[in-house]
Write a protein that binds this ligand. Structure first.
Ligand code: DLL
Length: 431
């Protein structure tokens, strides 16, 4: 069994707790002294850095939410001089919805280490050709796996997403062995490769897939169609990006890089920490990040943690595959979409908030349709006119979301009204 940082990945429990304690004490002081919102929130809760004497005191700290980060956009939570920051990444969404995360060089290193651990756990070494088809740019998928692959010493193909024909050509010509992309794109690549009769030319042995939920059934299909072993990887921009946790050969959950990211499960309603095995909202504290420390960040992801021994030999705590979210965020083809973004576009274009989002998964790819009611003013039964209006709305939605839905305009008063909460999302995807 190979490890990237064996001493950490197989560290005995007590030693890990001591390391986490030491790091938390330092990190809380750093955040308190260098980022005003942490200081303010801790003062409001009556907590001082001196009250945190070890990891067992973490529950005394206030939570941080996405709204907090947005309210302080862009520099409020930055905890180092801007001149020490070397990179930003950002979540998808509009200006109002964006979170910008900052990194020092030290932060990039620990992020890359997390991804390197994932690649080695998937069987990667310097002999491998790592084909990175996650998007590059503000999205963390491409840069994260790219950095991890460099650390491992593998030949790295910075493909980014899209241009499937070129992806397959490079995969064949350069003999890619490890594919990194969203599970939906992996399924699409598998289908395209098999349809073209090229599967025998493909040398892939493993895939590292994340950024969106995927089922065991989807894993089996991808494994069969690409003749690989498929591993899950989890992360979020605010914490670093991919590599917060990763799957090993046992494929029964994801090891959390808990020397850097301390996980807790809380009740989303009361904020109380749940005992091991309890299902609730995942909360992370970044113990070592300098530029954007993050104390008790509420991810809104629903999950379970377990310390059951793992056959791979790692002692890092494991989280189950994600079980949903506590908010209304949708992940469509790997892109985070809030229904409120769609509503903003509709209202700005003269429509009302009478719409439905219909999601399905056809051949492992998300289909995404937005049905919108025309108003009596915009109503027309002229096909050309409706098509023009649909095109205009599509381009406004694309600009806002970064992905393109199918837009269908329907006659006024045809979308069912609800007596309670409006049903705006019909999600037929089986995840
Ligand atoms: O999706 C980072 C990433 C890139 C992870 C590449 C893995 C691979 P965000 O765009 O900030 O970051 O979205 C974070 O995506 O809170 C989850 O809800 C969801 N998510 C990420 N990984 C998984 C996964 C990246 N393996 C949000 N399974 C998170 C299910 C996932 N959901």
């Amino acid at each position: 069994m190979a490890y990237y940082q064996e001493e950490i990945e197989r560290m005995p429990r007590e030693k890990m707790a001591a390391l986490q304690s030491e790091r938390l004490i330092k990190q809380v002081r750093h955040a308190y002294e260098n980022a005003a919102p942490y200081r303010r929130k801790m003062q409001e809760k009556g907590v001082e850095p001196g009250d945190i004497k070890g990891i067992e005191d973490i529950h005394k700290l206030p939570f941080t939410t996405k709204e907090d980060l947005r309210d302080e956009y862009p520099y409020g939570y930055l905890a180092v001089p801007l001149s020490n920051a070397v990179r930003i990444q950002s979540t998808s969404g509009t200006t109002g919805r964006r979170v910008v995360a900052f990194y020092t060089q030290h932060d990039i290193e620990l992020w890359d280490d997390g991804c390197a651990r994932a690649i080695v756990a998937a069987g990667g070494s310097k002999e491998d050709v790592v084909h990175v088809s996650y998007g590059y740019g503000l999205f963390t998928g491409g840069p994260g796996l790219n950095g991890g692959s460099h650390k491992v010493g593998s030949l790295t193909l910075p493909m980014s997403s899209g241009n499937t024909e070129r992806q397959i050509q490079f995969m064949i010509d350069l003999e890619s062995t490890i594919l990194c992309c969203t599970p939906s794109y992996a399924a699409f690549l598998a289908e395209t490769i098999n349809d073209a009769g090229l599967i025998d030319k493909i040398k892939l042995k493993a895939g590292i897939f994340g950024a969106e939920a995927w089922s065991e059934e989807m894993r089996r299909d991808i494994e069969k169609n690409l003749r690989i072993k498929a591993y899950d990887i989890y992360g979020l921009t605010e914490i670093t990006g991919p590599g917060v946790s990763f799957e090993c050969s046992e494929q029964t959950g994801l090891h959390v890089n808990e020397d850097h990211f301390y996980p807790e499960i809380i009740s989303p309603d009361t904020g109380e920490v749940l005992p091991e095995g309890g299902k609730g909202e995942l909360v992370f504290t970044a113990l070592t990040k300098e530029a954007f420390p993050l104390l008790r960040y509420r991810t809104r992801d629903v999950c379970v943690l377990t310390r059951k021994a793992c056959s791979c030999g790692r002692t890092l705590i494991k989280m189950a595959k994600l079980m949903g979210r506590t908010d209304d965020m949708l992940i469509i083809r790997g892109v985070n979409v809030f229904p409120s973004q769609i509503e903003t576009v509709l209202l700005s274009q003269g429509y009302t908030a009478n719409y439905v989002i219909i999601l399905d998964r056809v051949h492992h790819t998300d289909s995404f349709e937005v049905q919108v009611e025309m108003t009596s003013e915009t109503f027309s039964d002229e096909v050309k006119f409706i098509e023009k209006k649909e095109r205009e709305l599509l381009s406004a939605l694309r600009a806002m979301l970064g992905i393109s839905p199918k837009v269908t305009l329907v006659a006024p008063r045809t979308i069912a009204r609800s007596e309670g909460k409006a049903v705006r999302i019909i999600d037929k995807r089986k995840i």
